[in-house]
Design a protein around this ligand. Sequence first.
Ligand SMILES: *[C@@H]1O[C@H](CO)[C@@H](O)[C@H](O)[C@H]1NC(C)=O
Ligand SMILES: *[C@@H]1O[C@H](CO)[C@@H](O)[C@H](O)[C@H]1NC(C)=O
Length: 208
Amino acid sequence: MNGKILMNFALTICFFCCCSSGRVIESPHYNVIHVEAEFEIRQYKQVSWISALVQGTASFEKSTQQGFHRLYQYIHGANINSSHFLITSPVTTTIMASTHGPERLVRYYLPSMYTENPPLPNSELNVQFEKWRSNCLAVRRFSGFAKDDNINKEVEALKSSLNKYLPKSSAISEYTVAQYNSSRHLSGRLNEVWLDVSAVTSEGCQRR
Ligand SMILES: *[C@@H]1O[C@H](CO)[C@@H](O)[C@H](O)[C@H]1NC(C)=O
Ligand SMILES: *[C@@H]1O[C@H](CO)[C@@H](O)[C@H](O)[C@H]1NC(C)=O
């Protein structure tokens, strides 16, 4: 078990090392709708992801490694076309509001050339193609490494600063951690916590 986790970790490092030098890394496009000192509201449109559901592991770090390991294989040829994909960012982990044990959804952002018809994944990877139509996200940035022992604090801080602006958002329990940088970067790291506030904002992501 430890060996497997170590290997996943090594793969993660390798993934970022070999691919994050020089080239421009694609990220999903969004519009900033509202800005405050501690958070912003963004509208994302038509974002395509490949996602891996991880069940039974409460740890954010472990479930991210497990899910990312499956996504890593998909983008490195374990698909019907044996296609290799460009690296994108961020890698996101959604901590889902489930009543039957922990569920985490790890996502890789599909580069623009694959947004419509990504090659089918090898079935044993159990990864899914997912397309967002339009989403309104409340976003808080934080630096350092995203870890089990700091992500709760960050999402609680986002909720409390959001509370005045969108009081109804306090009922939202599902949240996402977005990691933008390779693990070899020890400083200058960017992470975000996202709360999907689509249900409590109007169509243009404005306050209702
Ligand atoms: C996969 O391969 C098929 C047949 O070679 C081709 O028609 C299709 O466009 C490819 N799909 C992708 C996403 O590259
Ligand atoms: C981390 O990622 C962000 C967003 O892509 C980028 O602006 C920043 O320069 C990166 N940091 C390092 C140390 O590469």
